[in-house]
Write a protein that binds this ligand. Structure first.
Ligand code: ADP
Ligand code: MG
Length: 513
């Protein structure tokens, strides 16, 4: 059931008003780097030699109304979520049981876990870990009885690797605020600049990286230090990443280099005595840079590993003295299976000692069930096969386009060996209120019913135990902040919402009381 809680929206525009708004939106976006590289299917290499052309990111024409209380609620729990996932990642002993089970049914998890175990056997040399996390929520009508029941936020998933669109979230909120200020929206509409807060994610994520960089300390043998970003070859969302580099260099005087996993063996080495990660920039012969922090914007899915060399590269990085954002175990802590285990009775409470804190975090959970052979798993198997209409089935994958919805679930489950079902989780579909907006992608407009997903960013730097104490719980939290938010908006008819995957758009919140 779709419930209406927002005032009539968006405002109606005359053709002249629409042209004025579109021109202003397009020009502002292009001149302020709210941009992506166009897909090859849209523009050929011949028309964009050397990547010369950019287009604005998929964006909404209007900021989307979002209840202020829900925006505040999502932000309020972020530091607790940061701590929760840092504590989970710091406790490899607790993760072991789930990872061993998952490894039996999911090759990618098995491969990642093996990297962790291989490096663990040698001994980790870096006690610090950096998390740049994003917790994603949808508005949920707790009791869908009409406008009197305020919505709450329910968590879709928690991302511990390559949480993207931070910089573009800053730029898109600046865009919508600017359009409101310049009078591009009808003056009698509810769109007022003071209700469009600017997301500080660009600055906050860069600060997280710079804090890690400084905590690393000086390079050995007089080497200068820098951050290494691991990127996908041909990345289209490159400006979202570049903004972080610019912020790091201009505000924090920290240099960043970008390489793919395939470049790791060619361009890096481990110093034999310290395991410092030494990077040799190809454009500057005879220069050796010591890497303080490896920031992964790739490596989250099987498609990022084209063969054994890429797995060897990931292992080299994990083995190095550089601070990892994230470490392999932190990436694994972000598995959907872990989200489901955390939702079981008493688990979050075991990680977050303060009862008030753990109950606030738990208050954002949607119902998630295992599909293993536990009593809860057997009950959920029955739901999945017989009453799938209010559920989504999720494998242990990131990046969008992997889930199975509603009526497709039984057929899908029957198409795979039953022994593999435990690699999936069954999650209740969140029911967001109705809303309309227009999404602009590659210059084309799509108007109609939309669904928003609020992502809240967090930055946390923590210290794990050393030697025998590693993996038995984190030792110290050095920095922990909530650093901004992102609204992603997709067409209501689309189940998936990934912006980069081609389903959604970036949006700003228009706070409503
Ligand atoms: P991924 O790691 O691929 O991003 P997600 O868990 O975020 O996986 O799911 C992808 C998309 O599917 C989400 O952005 C959201 O649009 C939709 N989705 C996921 N879980 C739910 C849910 N419980 N209710 C409604 N939609 C969901
Ligand atoms: Mg997601």
């Amino acid at each position: 059931m779709v419930v209406e809680i927002f005032p009539p929206y968006p405002p109606e525009l005359s053709q002249t008003q629409l042209s004025y708004l579109l021109q202003a939106l397009t020009d502002y976006s292009l001149s302020h780097g709210l941009t992506v590289r166009p897909a090859e299917s849209f523009i050929s290499e011949k028309l964009s030699p050397n990547g010369a052309l950019a287009t604005h990111a998929p964006i909404t024409l209007f900021p989307s109304p979002f209840p202020r209380s829900c925006w505040e609620a999502g932000r309020a729990v972020q530091k607790d979520y940061n701590e929760l996932y840092a504590r989970v990642a710091g406790n490899a002993e607790w993760l072991k049981k789930t990872m061993v089970e998952l490894s039996k049914v999911d090759d990618f998890t098995a491969r990642l876990y093996k990297v962790h175990l291989d490096v663990k056997a040698e001994g980790f040399v870096q006690p610090l870990s950096l998390g740049l996390f994003r917790s994603d929520y949808m508005l949920h009508m707790a009791a869908p009885e009409g406008p009197k029941t305020p919505p709450v936020v329910h968590q879709v998933e928690f991302n511990t690797i390559a949480s993207s669109f931070g910089a573009l979230s800053t730029r898109v909120s600046e865009l919508h605020r600017h359009l409101a200020k310049m009078g591009a929206y009808p003056p009698d509409s509810i769109i007022k600049p003071e209700n469009i807060p600017v997301s500080p994610a660009l600055q906050g994520l860069a600060k997280g990286l710079s804090v890690a960089h400084k905590a690393y300390g000086n390079g050995g043998d007089g080497r200068s230090t820098a951050i290494l970003m691991i990127i996908q070859p041909g990345e289209k969302n490159v400006f979202d990443q570049r903004w972080l580099e610019y912020e790091l260099l201009e505000k924090h005087s920290v240099q960043t280099y970008r390489i793919s996993l395939a470049d790791v063996p060619k361009l890096t080495d481990l110093a034999s005595s310290t395991q410092a990660l030494i990077y040799s920039p190809p454009h500057a012969p005879n220069t050796q840079i010591e890497i303080s922090t490896v920031y992964f914007r790739a490596g989250y899915g099987p498609g990022d590993y084209s063969g054994e060399d890429d797995w060897a590269a990931r292992t080299t990085l994990e083995r190095s003295k550089a601070i990892k954002c994230p470490s392999v175990i932190t990436q694994l802590a972000g598995a959907k299976k872990i989200q489901q285990v955390l939702a079981m009775d008493g688990i979050v409470e075991g990680f977050l000692a303060d009862k008030g804190v753990s109950s606030q975090v738990r208050g954002t959970f949607a119902a998630i069930h295992p599909l293993d052979k536990s009593p809860a798993g057997i009950a959920a198997r029955k739901l999945a096969l017989e009453k799938p209409d209010t559920y989504v089935l999720k494998p242990q994958r990131e990046g969008g386009g992997n889930n199975i919805y509603r009526g497709d679930i039984p057929g899908f489950l029957k198409s795979i060996p039953e022994s593999h079902w435990s690699g999936y989780i069954l999650m209740e579909l969140i029911e967001p209120p109705s809303l309309e907006n227009t999404i602009i992608r590659n210059g084309g407009l799509m108007s109609g019913g939309v669904v928003g997903e609020l992502g809240v960013y967090g930055a946390i730097l923590w210290k794990d135990g050393e030697g025998e104490e590693r993996g038995k719980g984190l030792k110290e939290i050095v920095m922990n902040e909530e650093v901004g938010w992102l609204l992603r908006t997709k067409g209501r008819e689309s189940d998936e919402g990934g912006v980069a995957a081609g389903f959604g758009s970036v949006d700003a919140v228009l706070l409503v009381d």
